[in-house]
Write a protein of this length. Sequence first.
Length: 453
Amino acid sequence: MTKATSTDIRIRDISFGYEDFHYRAPLKFGGVAIDRVTLLNVNYVVEGVSGKTSNGFGSMPLGNVWSFPSKVLGYDATLEAMKALAERIARIAADCPESGHPIDLSWSLEPAYLQAAAQVSKHLRLPEPIPVLCGQVVASAFDAAVHDAFGKLHGLNCYQTYGPDFVSHDLSFYLGSEFKGEYLDRYLLPKLKARMPLYHLVGALDPIEDIDVKKPIADGLPETLAEWIGYNGLTHLKIKLNGDDLEWDVERVLHVDRVTEQTQYQQGVKSWHYSLDFNEKCASVDYLLEFMDQVKAKAPAGFDRIQYIEQPTARDLKAHPENRMHEAAKVRPIVIDESLTGLESLRLAREMGYTGVALKACKGQTQALLMAAVAQKYHMFLCVQDLSCPGASLIHSAGLAAHVPGVAAIESNARQYCPAANKPWEAKFPGMFHITDGWLETGLLTKPGLSAV
């Protein structure tokens, strides 16, 4: 850590807690149906060089099924491991004697967080260690809280605090010599996008039309994709696929496309888009190439609507060097998601043919910003994905999407699966939580800190 400057902060106190919510409908990920979520909420108190203090808040779903997939550990066991890690991270961060910018604080603390994950794994005698990705999800709420507190201390939105007036190091300190003399503000928009389209998730278990509804939820919200399109004015759909059943995957896209085309025609909408997510389940790139060929042959207009494809094969890139994406990426951007845990993994993915990067607030504000800079330097496709983030975590994710150049839309799944968690936030940010024309009003996100509270 460098010598303290006039804008630096020191962590003075940390507290945290949890909120539990049930989903209104299950969401299938990687073959597992999820019906609940636990939010980790973190509060910071920081102190500036002058002695002035400020509070910060961070929140993130503990997406254990996504970040800690296991064949031997159940849902409760991986969730408890994440909670145990949160306790250790809180102690480590609270005991940090250093001062600095949030990026520097997070950068210096990350090795201790990784060590803490290993210690928790050993202490709990886990048959599988806590993955790096899982540790990042836990740490992300703490990282968000310190960024939030820093912005509030200086009376500025966080995205106004990433230039040389606030950050002690240029990007070469974190990313290498090719970034010498550059700061994060170079890779962020000087003014956030005022409005952004909403990306709606079409889960593998979700009904597409009335005939697919086996047991109505009857809670006043839409039941089918066709109803959701009209309810929110949707123009962007993310389609979840299985990755291990080619016939089902192709037919799923064709079904979604048919119903969407009919519904949009009735509403006078002429242009809309899809993204595809296989949740890493494709056994090989050959599966993906055959899938694309079949969809293109059977529904050429539907194929043209596909904007990008999220990581189709296993997340352990080093263990599967055969899964090179060069041929697939000639057709559509192939985006690294679960594999992305830092600079090394991004560079490896790029060598293996990936042409896009999915930024996620659940991997940490610090990491998301640094990876956004690298992706732009390499001219890669960029998108921001959420972890079915409700409330403050959606505000956090949306702020990232609205400030990073090239990101076209915002994923927002909690309104579909866990609307109860959004309730306290609807009146505060109506343009973010009440969607009728397919757009989120990101121009609201200008408050000090991360804008949530």
